[in-house]
Design a protein around this ligand. Structure first.
Ligand SMILES: [Zn+2]
Length: 497
């Protein structure tokens, strides 16, 4: 749920302060990392940092969960990475016989798997985390979220909130995310610096928003953003994010699709999320939501549809034939009481379904492990059938299936030779992983985000044994706390009035 924005115009200084400030702490950390890498390499006995034929990185694990089509799991395995690409996967013996690397991540009590794909969210809303909970939807929006956005959402808010989100997502093993919020250039700059992979949607909405005056203006500004970022950085996919069919009319939705086709980019959107939307669509268009989108040719280009809680039996085949990527957000759907999405039916019909957290204001964290667990449990209790949505299916929704749903299945989501090296190492030394009969069962039903030890995106190590290499966590914490204090003071002031 992306909060809407109904407010009067306001002017905020635009701060594009996104430069990397190298602190002494970062320098010391890098030295430490270099030493740690050297000692790990020495342990493996295969270090030759000066050698020309050494590859960039070898990542070892007790188990390599590839999530390839055969669901191959390699015991005592290793993944070889060079120039950002996975160049070989095999047993540690095979990989070590074939390659020498400049850096090696030791694999004792570690599971190696693809990085997680968070298919829907509003990253900067981490700054509104917990600002108000347990309220009826319109009370929550009108009295808490909207006023906070009216007063505070500017480029600086988006920079701090997105950095906070990237930190949290890296910590939890997410390597790719799909975002929809305001000031998309700022989001993109943060993502470039933190090293993640992201599809960044410029929000299109027919009302005054923090960065546009209405539908036409947001399409125009979104087009300019897309032109600035298309083909600029291989980790960034710019796109349009039309909000929903109750905040845009049919002509505006069609115009957004036309612009997306012209620019050759996909679209992400909220679709069939709530009973309110169903009723609104019937009253306004005389059709349910997905039928309405089909009737205006909206699915003529790649579409990532968040939620899809209320598809009719007639609409599910449309999602299949149009190859719509559906993103299931179980925590948000439960917290806002949107309903229970028929995920099992959609998967059985052949719909591409991934997982997402939605924004932190309606979750309230960005923990994909929790989404996996809740997705499974919600379907099981809804059908009163524990066989529904088994662990492997859920793990796929968070990795290879999710990557396919958002259109990046060719480059990420599984560990296969030729794919980009988006890889995580999960520590299996905590008591809750003892004993381990079935690795996939543990990953879905036991593992927490704190278990993620190391994170690699595009071959770059972003977190090494819980140490963050691309984010100044102390600075981000200080900035977030300060911003939150301003929000708190403003809300208290307003409540006194
Ligand atoms: Zn949303």
């Amino acid at each position: 749920m992306l909060p809407l924005f109904f407010a009067r115009h306001f002017v905020q200084p635009v701060l594009m302060n996104n430069t990397n400030r190298t602190t002494l702490g970062q320098i010391l950390l890098l030295c430490f990392v270099a030493l740690a890498a050297c000692s790990a390499d020495r342990e493996s006995g295969k270090v030759d940092a000066g050698s020309d034929d050494a590859i960039d990185l070898i990542i070892k694990g007790d188990h390599i969960v590839t999530m390839d089509d055969d669901r191959t799991i390699i015991s005592n395995g290793a993944v070889a990475v060079d120039d950002g690409i996975i160049i070989a996967i095999g047993t540690q013996a095979e990989i070590e016989a074939q390659f020498r690397s400049r850096q090696t991540l030791a694999g004792d009590k570690r599971v190696v798997m693809p990085g997680l794909v968070n298919g829907h969210g509003h990253a900067a809303m981490t700054l509104l985390r917990g600002v108000a909970d347990d309220l009826e939807l319109m009370d929550w929006l009108n009295n808490y979220i909207f006023p906070s956005e009216v007063e505070f959402v500017d480029s600086e808010f988006v920079r701090i909130g997105t950095e906070l989100a990237c930190w949290e997502m890296i910590r939890g093993g997410t390597t790719t995310f799909v975002d929809m919020y305001y000031f998309p250039d700022t989001i993109a700059e943060v993502v470039v610096d933190c090293g993640m992979r992201a599809m960044i949607s410029a929000t299109v909405i027919d009302q005054r928003s923090p960065d546009a005056e209405g539908a036409a203006d947001s399409i125009s500004k979104g087009s300019a953003f897309i032109n600035r970022w298309k083909n600029r950085n291989p980790r960034i996919t710019p796109m349009f994010g039309p909000h929903a069919n109750y905040t845009l009319n049919a002509e505006q939705l069609a115009a957004t699709r036309a612009a997306a086709i012209e620019l050759g980019v996909p679209i992400s959107i909220h679709m069939s999320e709530s009973p309110f939307e169903l009723q609104y669509s019937q009253d306004t268009f005389g059709m349910t939501s997905i039928e309405m989108y089909e009737s205006i040719g909206f699915f003529e280009g790649p579409t990532i549809a968040a939620h899809v809680v209320w598809p009719t039996a007639a609409e599910i085949p449309i999602l299949v034939s149009r190859k719509v990527g559906v993103i299931h957000n179980p925590t948000s759907n439960m917290k806002i009481a949107s309903g229970i999405s028929p995920v099992a039916e959609m998967l059985a019909a052949g719909v591409r379904v991934g997982l997402g957290t939605d924004g932190a204001a309606s979750n309230n964290d960005l923990d994909m492990w929790e989404e996996m667990r809740l997705a499974a449990f919600l379907q099981k209790v809804d059908r009163m059938d524990p066989r529904v949505l088994p662990a492997d299916t859920v793990l796929s929704m968070a990795t290879t299936g999710g990557a396919t749903a958002i259109g990046l299945g060719d480059i990420t989501g599984s560990l296969e030779v030729g794919k980009r090296a988006d890889i995580i190492q999960v520590a299996f030394d905590d008591v809750h992983h003892v004993p381990t009969f079935n690795v996939v069962s543990h990953l879905v039903y036991v593992t927490d985000e704190q278990d993620v030890a190391s994170v690699i995106v595009d071959g770059q190590v972003l977190m090494l044994e819980h140490e963050f290499l691309t984010i100044d966590t102390e600075r981000v914490t200080a900035e977030a706390v300060e911003f939150a204090a301003r929000i708190q003071a403003a809300l208290e002031q307003r409540n006194r009035e």
